[in-house]
Design a protein around this ligand. Structure first.
Ligand SMILES: [Zn+2]
Length: 266
């Protein structure tokens, strides 16, 4: 009993001493604290790369190219840099694989080119025009149900002014031509490695020599040379501080149906 009392007394004494000590500390800090605490003049650490100040839209026509999963390969290359592109697809090539679904899943954009790639919209009948658009739209939606399509690029870049106005999509042309179709499918058929490299560099130079902020670049994902050129192009664009976005991202709120666009500002 006596031992218990002693322990209780000891504990009470300890608590009193602690609270006295805390009061003293409080008085000291109240007395000695300056009227304001100076904010240290320290620069924040740069944890992110500076944001690119130039933006362009990269577009690929005539695909998807399922052979060697080439369209998917281009999508993978874009993903390495956090870039996105717009693919204007040919309807009767869509069903050959799942490239369209893959491109959309990775944040890229799909637009309509045509169903057969044999009908020019400056001279065809209205029925043929609608057939080309509707059939391509159906093929895209078979792969990604409910996908919202905003853009159309006419075959060969040919379309009459009337058709632009009645088109249910925005009509997208280009301001920079890679001329990649000139290297074509004969790329790997018996030509030397040196010639391959020359062709790839020529495609990239065609673009970089005139590229500026707001441009829309034309390429074709059906050619093997385009796949190799894309890899080099993306590296160059990244080094030169470009962001690569979809056409809808580049044009933003300016995008309207029944209008034609060549770049962000034209
Ligand atoms: Zn085409």
């Amino acid at each position: 009993m006596i031992a218990k009392k002693r322990i209780a007394k000891c504990a009470t004494t300890c608590l009193l001493l602690i609270s006295f000590a805390l009061t003293l500390v409080g008085c000291y800090t109240e007395m000695d604290r300056p009227a304001y605490l100076p904010i240290p003049d320290v620069e924040p650490l740069a944890t992110e790369e500076p944001k690119p100040t130039k933006r362009v839209a990269l577009t690929f026509d005539d695909g998807p190219q399922h052979y060697k999963d080439q369209t998917k390969g281009i999508v993978d290359e874009l993903e390495k840099y956090g870039y996105h592109a717009t693919f204007f697809v040919v309807g009767d090539r869509v069903a050959g694989g799942d490239s369209v679904a893959y491109a959309i899943e990775k944040g890229n954009e799909i637009g309509i080119h045509g169903y057969t790639h044999e009908v020019y919209y400056d001279s065809c009948s209205e029925d043929d025009f609608r057939y080309e658009l509707n059939m391509t739209e159906q093929e895209i939606r078979k792969q990604v149900p409910g996908y919202k399509i905003n853009l159309m690029r006419p075959i060969g870049g040919k379309i009459s002014a009337d058709r632009v106005q009645t088109c249910p999509y925005s009509v997208i042309m280009w301001s920079v031509d890679s001329d990649d179709w000139n290297s074509s499918n004969r790329y790997y058929a018996g030509i030397t490695d040196e010639e391959c490299e020359i062709r790839v560099n020529r495609i990239v130079d065609n673009i970089m020599n005139s590229l500026k902020n707001g441009d829309i670049i034309l390429m074709h994902d059906i050619y093997e040379s385009t796949y190799d050129a894309t890899k080099l192009l993306l590296k160059r664009l990244h080094e030169e501080g470009y962001d690569v976005v979809t056409v809808s991202e580049l044009l933003g709120d300016n995008l309207k149906k029944g209008r034609i666009y060549y770049s962000e500002t034209t």
